[in-house]
Ligand binder design. Structure first.
Ligand code: GDP
Length: 372
């Protein structure tokens, strides 16, 4: 049953996001509707069912996988009497927790204000803000209650600030001169930071949560005497809030201006094909899909045949697959150079490095045709 598999997978991802934000999920509710209810998003029977569950189990927050309209949020909060977050809010919160540079913090603040503006009159902003918690990090209470004009002014200010930093970053990129630039792209949590660390011997923050990477990191990497710059970009994710797509423009600039993309895929994830597609769509949107690319299928140490049937997972279903065997699969038949590795155990690293070297060298030679 494909629809149900998809649903479970979406809910798994949402639960992972919630976990990343610091919440524990108690129960999942789903409902099939031909279209969302314009007033409350879900039907009134379902709302009642949730309300009862919330009361009985002292649930603090309900999280929706979609972005709800401001009025839907308000109506539902009134009806269920609990704090409600949607996917956008949750993702913004995670970004707020993880923003490290002043640039990232400015971007998140801007996105939060843009999200907040049409939602100023919500009930729990008064009740819950003192207590803090998910969805509460960011603009403080007094600012929220101030009138919209002030928030609009703030948005203008933040946009100006970003423009200034954007210019500085563009200059920095120009100053990097003609060194070949490669960017790690891929869905969130596929192992980009781990690979970055392994290749540059640096210490980029890597953990099993979504969006461990917020700010781009640029490192100099040398393979076989050939130096190039490697950028670790923010993880792509399905249904990224539009406010973020806009405000993380400069993050994507690193991708747009890269000479070579290294597309990392988590082969142990049961829906890695969807993730690849999602990344490719984003690349298309920012017009970076025609760049030279290397496909790196990662986590081969964690690959097992029957992932979906967890009970059936015996060590025998995990077996060592040689690079030659991998290459014969459909994945190995892509139009891009493709390699299968483990960023953790460094399996097949020499092959990957050779592949990166070859691609970087091609670009290098096209730039300095008379050098040797
Ligand atoms: P990013 O979000 O793409 O930067 O992913 P990270 O580098 O933060 O890695 C996400 C998680 O996957 C971390 O828990 C890593 O330890 C884990 N991971 C990365 N590479 C591998 C690998 O080759 N094999 C296994 N089993 N886990 C990996």
């Amino acid at each position: 049953n494909q629809d149900e598999d998809k649903l479970t997978e979406y809910m798994d991802e949402l639960e992972f996001l919630a976990f990343t934000a610091g919440a524990t999920v108690q129960k999942r509710f789903t409902q099939k509707l031909t279209q969302p209810d314009s007033k409350t998003f879900i039907g009134s029977g379902k709302a009642q069912e949730i309300k009862e569950y919330v009361k009985e189990n002292e649930i603090g927050t309900i999280i929706f996988d979609d972005e709800l309209s401001p009025s839907q949020l308000k109506n539902l909060e009134k009806e269920i009497e609990v704090k409600i977050l949607d996917r956008t809010n949750l993702i913004l919160d995670i970004f707020a927790q993880r923003a490290q540079t002043s640039y990232a913090r400015t971007q998140v603040e801007l996105a939060q204000y843009q999200y907040l503006l049409p939602r100023l009159t919500r009930m729990w902003t008064h009740l819950e803000r003192q207590k803090g918690g998910i969805g509460m990090r960011g603009p403080g209470e007094t600012e929220i209650e101030t009138d919209r004009r002030i928030i609009r002014d703030r948005i203008t200010l933040l946009k100006d600030k970003l423009k200034t930093i954007d210019k500085q970053m563009a200059t920095q990129r120009n100053n990097r001169g003609k060194v070949v630039r490669a960017a790690l792209v891929g869905y969130t949590n596929v192992g980009k930071s781990t690979l970055m660390n392994a290749l540059s011997k640096s210490d980029v923050f890597a953990e099993n949560k979504l969006f461990a990477t917020l700010d781009t990191t640029v490192r100099k990497v040398v393979i076989g005497n050939l130096p190039f710059l490697l950028t670790d970009t923010v993880g792509f994710i399905r249904k990224l809030p539009t406010q973020l797509v806009e405000s993380f423009k400069s993050t994507l600039d690193e991708v747009r201006e890269a000479d070579l993309l290294i597309h990392v895929v988590d082969i142990s994830h049961e829906s890695f094909e969807d993730q690849v597609e999602s990344v490719n769509n984003t690349l298309m949107e920012i017009n970076a899909h025609q760049k030279p690319m290397i496909m790196v299928f990662n986590k081969i140490d964690d690959f097992s045949y029957d992932k979906k049937d967890e009970d059936d997972l015996t060590p025998s279903t995990k077996r060592n697959i040689s690079l030659e065997e991998w290459t014969k699969t459909w994945m190995g038949k892509s139009k891009y150079p493709t390699v299968f590795i483990s960023a953790l155990t460094k399996e097949n690293f020499p092959e990957m490095k050779k592949m990166i070297y070859d691609e970087v060298m091609k670009i290098h030679i096209s730039r300095f045709p008379y050098n040797d």
